[in-house]
Every structure is written in C-alpha cells, then in structure tokens.
Design a binder for this molecule. Structure first.
Ligand code: GLC
Length: 435
C-alpha cells in the first residue's frame, strides 16, 4: 500500500466519526484566564506552583463528562494529558509535576480513559510539545516561554537531549499504560526568530526528533492517528513519516476541503472553542457561540470532507461550564434525529446550494436547509435524479412535485414543504435518495 492508502485505511473510523470533544483542563483552570496564562502574564514557575499546591478537583467525575459527550453525539474525545505549562494529568514516572502529586492524588487521565471507553467513545490524548515547566526547554528568547524576556535566563544552557528523552518517554508511557489509544494530538511546532542560528530556531520536525518519535508511536499503537503539528506537510504526494494523518485547522474554516498535491482528499479536523478559550475562562473576556453557529460549522466541515473537534474547558472543581453543557445538550438533541446527515458523510457531488449545504453518503444526499426561501422548495439540477425525499428527523414523506411556477426551471426538482418556515430553523435536513 502507498502512504496515502495506509493513511486512508488508518483514518477510516475518523472520517466516519466526524465529530469529537476536545477537553482542555489543568492548573490554569484556577486562575481561569485561559491555558496560556503562565506565558501571557510571564508567571515564574515558583509563582505558578501555587496552583499546583492548590489543585484539588473535588467534583471531577469523568463518567459525567463522558455522558455529555455521548449525548452530544461525539464519537471520540481528546484530553490534554500535558499542556504547555508542563503539568501532567497522568502518573508519569518522569516528573513530580503531575496530578497524582496534587491534593487529589488521582491519575486524571486513567479515569478519563476508563469513563469514555465505557461509553464507547474513542480515546485521544493531546500532548504539548512545549513545556514551560521543564528546565531544559528553551526559556530566554523563545517565542512564548514565560521567561522569554527575563535576563536571568539569558545565558542558561539547556540540555535539549534531556528534554527530548523526557518528552519521548512520556509519550511512551501514555501509549503503553492506558490501553488502545486512537488519536495522539501534538501541539505545536513553531519558529523562534530571536533564536535564529541556534538549534532552537525551528521548533519542528527533527528538532522534536519527530521521525524516531513516530516510529516509536507506531510500534506501540499501530492503528493510532496523529495530527500534523509535529511539522511536515500532510498534503505532499508522499508525506514525511511525521507529517501526520490529518490536517488540524484551528478556529478557522478552510475555504474548501484539504487536498494533497495530486488533488486527493486529505483528512482534516477543525478544532474549535465554544467561548474563544481552550482552558477555563472566567476572569477574562469570553462569550459563547450559539448552538446554531456550532451546528452550521459542523455541517460545513462535513460538507468539505472534514471533522469538527469542539472544545470544553472544565473548571478547577472538575466540572464542565454550564453554558458548555447547555450547548452540548442542544447539539445532542439535533444530532439524535439528524446524525445520519453527519456520520459517514462527506462532500457532495452537487455544488453548494444557496439555501444551505449538502452532505452526502453514497446514494444518500442530505439537504441542510437554513433558508426556507419561497414557494415549492427547489433543488437545483436534481430533476430526474431523486428516488424519494424524506424529512430526516421523523422520516415523513416529502412529495416530489412540479409546481406551475417552476415551469421555467425544468432541470430542477421540487419538494412540497407545506410550511412557510422550517421545521428546525437552525437546520432542517431532508434525506434525498438518489436514483
Ligand atoms: C493553540 C493554543 C493551545 C491549544 C491549541 C488547540 O495551539 O496555543 O493552547 O491547546 O491551539 O488547538
């Protein structure tokens, strides 16, 4: 098999699943100013450690989290096992800066794995390549290290190989100690302008020893899929080993789907916050997207052969924010009766209509209607192509008709929508079986 064919096989479940939950959780839930607070406020490790001493998520119940994900219709989840602040939510033998050493004394990752696996949700681990706690990660001059401008760190030598061993060993732990893992989500590669000419100029690819890392990953978890943030380009005809199995646009919808240089579809996943923050935010500006907005973005991703990973940032007590729960429940209600228009679907052979979007799964075409428009509902270019039409959510028949005022558009098909509005103003889905 070619690299492309292997990737297609590896990502088959991922392209079927279409919809997942991202969870950003850690010490930064206490300051509640987002997961970058240590960097943005240039907090020293000594100062930041007070959150480590305090962290005690007494209401952490991952079974509850897993139920929210299940009811929202999510098929996989990705939890931050270690974010940029270096705090490990798992019992790593390579550090003391871990959840089992906090007041809670729990391996938070293990409980997450057990709870989500119990709900039949595939397991993903986010792992930060950056580490603002580790002494051997570059400090002074780095693009975003909390001590990037602190002269005290100017002449410190960092033992980079020591950090690489630490990071690779932790990935080995994560892919050895928690059973079958379905996604590993690295974040992120970047350039250091202020360190040009040094080994830290390009924090990507072989600076991470990415090829050895991926070989190790594949030896431990042969079926796992990896994101594209180790560096490299997943869109090349024959991508490098570390280029990843899917492209990971962030809070930015690709104009079209992701294609490789030969024009072949490349798996991709839009990761998205619900309130402009990954980590829990209360003490900084934030506001939540509408459920309609989130639904439309999910449909748009699928209509372009992509997935969507929606983020939740639990608070310091271990609970999802109320607004996140509300949106997840509303999405779940829609997905419960319209999921066939998402799962296993992808780009349609028919171009985007004015009134919404199409998703398609073989002979089943799903019309996602956002705009009712007027008169008999017109399906451009579909005359003679449809076997039958149904309202997806309740299976109600929709008659294929030829209204008198459609005489000028003989190539278009029409269905009778006997209401002035839409059954679901956010997105009414028609299931159209093609001949
Ligand atoms: C960005 C942010 C990081 C977040 C990630 C999620 O890289 O820096 O905090 O985890 O996006 O995609």
């Amino acid at each position: 098999m070619t690299g492309y064919e292997e990737r297609e096989k590896r990502t088959e479940w991922f392209r079927e699943a279409r919809f997942g939950m991202f969870i950003h959780w850690g010490l930064y839930a206490i300051p509640a100013r987002g997961e970058w607070v240590k960097s943005t406020e240039k907090i020293s490790t000594e100062e930041y450690n007070k959150y480590f001493e305090e962290f005690n998520p007494v209401r952490y119940n991952p079974k509850e989290w897993a139920k929210y994900a299940k009811e929202a219709g999510m098929k996989y989840a990705v939890l931050t096992t270690k974010h940029h602040d270096g705090f490990c939510l798992f019992d790593s033998q390579y550090t003391d800066f871990k959840s089992t050493n906090t007041k809670c004394g729990r391996d938070l990752v293990k409980e997450y794995v057990d709870a989500f696996r119990e709900e039949g949700i595939k397991i993903g681990f986010y792992y930060s390549l950056l580490d603002w706690h580790h002494p051997d990660y570059p400090h002074y001059g780095d693009r975003q290290h909390p001590m990037r401008d602190n002269e005290e760190f100017k002449d410190i030598k960092h033992n980079w190989e020591n950090y690489i061993s630490y990071f690779h060993n932790q990935v080995r732990e994560l892919l050895t100690n928690y059973g079958k893992i379905d996604v590993i989500w690295f974040d992120f590669s970047y350039d250091n302008d202020r360190l040009s000419g040094t080994e830290f100029e390009h924090m990507s690819g072989e600076t991470w020893r990415a090829t050895d890392l991926v070989k190790m990953i594949r030896s431990l978890q042969p079926d796992i899929i990896i994101d594209n943030r180790l560096g490299g380009d997943a869109r090349k005809e024959e991508p490098d080993l570390h280029s990843g199995d899917f492209v990971s646009p962030e809070c930015m919808m690709p104009a079209t789907g992701e294609l490789d240089t030969l024009g072949r579809p490349v798996p991709w996943e839009l990761c998205l916050t619900l309130n402009e923050n990954w980590g829990y935010a209360k003490n900084k500006p934030w506001d939540y997207k509408t459920t309609e907005n989130v639904l439309h973005m999910l449909v748009e991703c699928v209509s372009k052969n992509g997935n969507m990973l929606i983020n939740v940032g639990p608070n310091a007590k271990g609970e999802f924010p109320k607004d996140s729960i509300r949106i997840l429940k509303e999405i779940g209600e829609w997905m419960r009766v319209n999921g066939d228009g998402i799962y296993g679907c992808g780009i349609s052979e028919f171009s985007k209509p004015e009134w919404g979007r199409y998703t398609q799964n073989g002979k089943m075409l799903y019309a996602h209607i956002y705009d009712r428009r007027v008169g008999g509902f017109r399906l451009e270019g579909l005359e003679g192509k449809l076997k039958k039409a149904r309202i997806l959510e309740d299976g109600a028949e929709l008659k294929l008709t030829r209204p008198w005022n459609g005489e000028d558009y003989p190539e278009d098909a029409y269905v009778e929508l006997d209401i002035a509005g839409l059954y679901d103003e956010r997105d009414t889905v028609l299931e159209l079986e093609l001949l």
